[in-house]
Design a protein. Structure first.
Length: 60
């Protein structure tokens, strides 16, 4: 279970940065960014990772 939590957190951290690098870089760096992005999405889909539940603690 801890493996899935760590993997989900890693995907949440790496995915935005790889998209940023993919969009705003040139040449092989851009391709690498999109490749890492695709790897993160593939890993999340393969392992069936769901978003973490959100608690609403806004009540007084």
């Amino acid at each position: 279970m801890i493996h899935h939590i760590a993997l989900r957190d890693a995907v949440r951290i790496i995915l935005p940065f790889s998209l940023f690098i993919g969009f705003f870089s040139h040449g092989p760096v851009s391709a690498t960014g999109f490749g890492v992005c695709a790897l993160c999405v593939w890993s999340a889909v393969r392992n069936g990772l769901r978003p973490a539940p959100v608690k609403a603690d806004f009540e007084g």
